[in-house]
Design a protein around this ligand. Structure first.
Ligand code: HEC
Ligand code: HEC
Ligand code: HEC
Ligand code: HEC
Length: 357
């Protein structure tokens, strides 16, 4: 039997109050040694436009990955991320949303493109070239694609690469904009950029859902989405180790908190978007506290302190954004330093295989 704490995909509690009492935000920065001293700790500042998934001018398209990552592409083609390219514009729900917002073409002028498509520059304009594709999650690849697989020169093979070169390669790829899964937070936050739907008008006027409220990283990434072929040299789609699942589980919780807080920060009116986003933020914080009760992890401790000291209320953009930025740094630091073997206390709460989408 599953222990009864709020980590499983419960609906947002109805009684969560929007305005949670604020403690001064000034106290937040105390004790935050922000600079990560470990590999893979930095995020490209150009990648911090939270509304836009990736820079279309740097997109190279999934076909460019295919010659080396054919099994990944095959797997992806069976997911809703790929299918949405063919199906979204035909759905009556999509047409309803669009007509409420006065949108006539989903694939060009609308803001739907941020989350439903991969955009590329073709001649002088932007064009939708796919649904949600490799670069939507791993970052636009122009600047990193030639680096991420370079073991140290044309004649150096994977087994000959030095450990120093390997960790430098990871750092360089991340500095060039790659959301490299070597840092679990980089891919976790990637999902939440879209799955929290931080767009008030889209939700309140368009009637779009206010994000995937039951999104949880392990169960949502380990089913149809999983494509772990590199580590098996393309022969099998490997299952994650228990240690990695723990890291993902916690990274997902931190990212849920960060991005639901970002969504809340943009709320200006007391309607579905603001209420749902604030409730989701409060719920994420409760879950993180439950996890922390088992783990006593220093980064979670800081994260909880920051989140607890801001008011989840309307028109509180600056404070909420600042807190979300700090949580982001902590999440990246968590990803860079986490050791899944130290998180086994959380095992009973990790969604079992029959919950994987
Ligand atoms: C020329 C071959 C080649 C191309 C093209 C290529 N990759 Fe890779 N990729 C590799 C190799 C080889 C590895 C394994 C690197 C290692 O051993 O760490 C890899 C690893 C990865 C990883 C795992 C993280 C890492 O750094 O090891 C990701 C994610 C990835 N590639 C994404 C992509 C995406 C997305 C594209 C297209 C935009 C792409 N790759 C294009 C060869 C390629
Ligand atoms: C900020 C990201 C974001 C934006 C912008 C966005 N969507 Fe979505 N949309 C999502 C996500 C995430 C889902 C999946 C939610 C779920 O089911 O968990 C979704 C689901 C949908 C669905 C339901 C799909 C289905 O299979 O039933 C429709 C319809 C839809 N979106 C239409 C639109 C339209 C039209 C626009 C533009 C006006 C738009 N969306 C803009 C993120 C976004
Ligand atoms: C660029 C935006 C974007 C990113 C990034 C993204 N998603 Fe999605 N995802 C969507 C949208 C939009 C849909 C709904 C597609 C539809 O049905 O039309 C969706 C659907 C899904 C579904 C299917 C949901 C269902 O109910 O069957 C899963 C599972 C999923 N996403 C997991 C993930 C995971 C895990 C990540 C990160 C590793 C991620 N997504 C990153 C936009 C995104
Ligand atoms: C929905 C988001 C999403 C999309 C789309 C996506 N990936 Fe990934 N990818 C991830 C996540 C999350 C991981 C880390 C998974 C893990 O650790 O279990 C990952 C891991 C990888 C790895 C490393 C696998 C290994 O064995 O270690 C490679 C290579 C990769 N992706 C390439 C690609 C390519 C190529 C595409 C396009 C066909 C793609 N990805 C599309 C989210 C995504």
């Amino acid at each position: 039997m599953k222990p009864a704490f709020g980590i499983c995909a419960n609906p947002v509690p109805k009684n969560t109050r929007i305005a949670i009492l604020a403690v001064s935000v000034l106290s937040l920065s105390v004790g935050l040694g922000m600079t990560p001293n470990n590999s893979a700790g930095k995020v490209d500042p150009r990648d911090q436009n939270w509304q836009v998934a990736i820079d279309p001018h740097k997109v190279i398209g999934y076909q460019s990955c295919e010659k080396c990552h054919a099994p990944e592409v095959q797997t992806w083609k069976r997911t809703p991320h790929h299918e949405t390219f063919q199906t979204l514009h035909r759905k009556p729900e999509a047409q309803q949303i669009a007509s409420k917002l006065g949108i006539s073409n989903f694939k060009s002028e609308s803001n739907c493109i941020q989350c439903h498509y991969t955009m590329d520059q073709v001649d002088n304009r932007l064009e939708a070239i796919a649904g949600i594709s490799c670069e939507s999650c791993h970052g636009a690849a122009q600047d990193w694609v030639a680096i991420h697989n370079d073991y140290g020169g044309p004649n150096v093979t994977r087994s000959q690469e030095t450990p120093e070169h390997r960790s430098q390669r990871f750092i360089t790829s991340i500095n060039k904009g790659m959301r490299n899964p070597v840092n679990v937070y980089l891919v976790a936050q990637s999902c939440y950029r879209c799955h929290t739907v931080p767009d008030e008008k889209l939700v309140n006027v368009g009637g779009h859902n206010a994000g995937s409220l039951d999104f949880e990283l392990v169960s949502w990434s380990q089913g149809t989405i999983r494509h772990n072929f590199v580590r098996t040299d393309g022969k099998a789609n490997a299952e994650e180790t228990p240690a990695r699942l723990r890291s993902m589980f916690i990274a997902g919780m931190i990212a849920d908190l960060e991005f639901s807080m970002r969504a809340t920060s943009t709320a200006t009116e007391k309607a579905t978007f603001g209420i749902t986003s604030a409730q989701r933020t409060a719920r994420s914080l409760e879950r993180l506290k439950s996890a922390q009760a088992k783990l006593s992890h220093p980064i979670l401790d800081e994260t909880i302190k920051i989140a607890s000291s801001v008011a989840l209320k309307l028109n509180n953009r600056e404070q909420l954004e600042q807190a979300a930025n700090q949580i982001h740094e902590l999440g990246v630091r968590f990803g860079a330093t986490v050791r899944g073997d130290e998180l086994s206390a959380i095992d009973p709460f990790i969604p079992a295989k029959n919950k994987w989408k």
